[in-house]
Design a protein. Structure first.
Length: 384
């Protein structure tokens, strides 16, 4: 039997790019007031509901509401804080059969609990356990301190939230610091068992997008790549002086370390940031993440390949591509998932629920197409 490699069909919503951090490697964040309005959110969700998407990935900067302009917009839309707006967004996604996965930066425990009621999973990249980087790439970014990020990852475990974390490779850390970062994630996972996958993400340099919207750049790049199979225009930028080169052997050693430290956790490698992802699958990577239908908003000029493109390449190498939900199968039960979210999974994604303890005793109640705005008209455009 061919080894399976998993992925999630998702669409990304960069709800707010406003951020209080000043990370040197980031081209996603802005210090201007950026927030999608409710009617824009609904338009994006309606479009996602007709594109065979199962996961809504909600990305934001760190603490957007610190920006006075964002705070004023939240007041205008009737939300007491930014987390309340994310909860509202997730509720609208669930109504359309989309499973929210949120990655909002460092949050207090009470916000994690609020989001647990409306998300299938959550995430936070540790990035690095090196405090030394707080003086270099993370200067001016207090929420990037590893102790604060590990505290949140630990709180998510205490709250029984299926969680994704990972490390950013090539931002000036040493190989020893990379392994120490994986060890820190593994320590928290051993305590709570909530880490479903760990991402090993290689850094690529970005240009700045002043006056541009990365989401638009990402969607255009993805549309062209999925249509033609050719990813033109990927920038080849020199490494900044603070960065460290990343080679395929470095990534293979990290995969081996992750397998040793967290043998029950999925190992995700991004298939859009380097051409070596096939070799990393052969080295033990198990997941390719969300092949977002509207591109990579963090690295907008590096579109994800389509599921069809990935499947063909994996078949050539003797692997099988398998779709998953944003929550891994072993967490799909009442211990880990709020009942309202579990109801959506049972109604829409019955075949993804493991039989053990899942309640799979009768067929799900069909959801009428009329409950999903425009579903029939857009069904023919479902992405491959």
């Amino acid at each position: 039997m061919r080894r399976r490699v998993t992925f999630s069909r998702n669409l990304t919503l960069s709800l707010s790019r406003s951020c209080r951090c000043y990370c040197k490697y980031c081209a996603f964040a802005t210090h201007q007031a950026h927030l999608y309005a409710p009617d824009e959110v609904i338009e994006i969700l309606d479009r996602a509901a007709g594109r065979n998407v199962k996961e809504l990935l909600v990305l934001t900067g760190e603490r957007p509401e610190v920006n006075p302009g964002v705070r004023a917009k939240l007041d205008e839309h009737g939300h007491e804080d930014f987390t309340a707006y994310v909860v509202w967004t997730c509720e609208r996604a669930l109504e359309r059969g989309l499973l929210p996965h949120t990655n909002l930066g460092v949050l207090p425990r009470e916000d994690l609990a609020r989001l647990r009621d409306v998300t299938a999973s959550q995430g936070l990249m540790l990035e690095s356990a090196s405090e030394r980087l707080m003086q270099t790439v993370h200067a001016g970014s207090p929420s990037k301190h590893p102790a604060r990020r590990l505290e949140m990852i630990d709180a998510a475990g205490e709250l029984r939230i299926p969680f994704t974390s990972g490390i950013l490779v090539g931002i000036g850390e040493t190989e020893q610091e990379r392994i120490a970062s994986l060890e820190a994630i593994a320590d928290v996972h051993r305590e709570h068992g909530h880490i479903q996958e760990v991402i090993l993400q290689n850094f690529v340099p970005h240009q700045r997008y002043y006056g541009q919207e990365p989401a638009q750049i990402a969607e255009q790049a993805a549309r062209e790549y999925w249509r033609t199979g050719v990813a033109d225009g990927r920038p080849e930028l020199p490494l900044p002086e603070w960065a460290s080169p990343v080679r395929i052997d470095d990534m293979k050693r990290l995969i081996a370390a992750a397998r040793r430290l967290m043998p029950d956790v999925g190992i995700q490698v991004p298939p859009n940031l380097a051409d070596w992802w096939g070799e990393l699958v052969a080295a033990g990577a198990t997941d390719l993440g969300g092949l977002s239908a509207n591109g990579d908003h963090i690295s907008p000029e590096h579109p994800f390949p389509s599921p069809h493109q990935v499947r063909k390449e994996l078949q050539r190498d003797g692997y099988a591509l398998t779709e998953r939900l944003c929550v891994y199968p072993r967490y799909i039960d009442q211990e880990w998932i709020a009942q309202g979210v579990l109801d959506t999974i049972k109604a829409r994604y019955w075949s993804f629920i493991p039989r053990r303890g899942s309640g799979r005793t009768e067929p799900p109640t069909p959801i009428r197409p009329s409950l999903v705005p425009g579903a029939i008209e857009r069904g023919a455009k479902a992405f491959r």
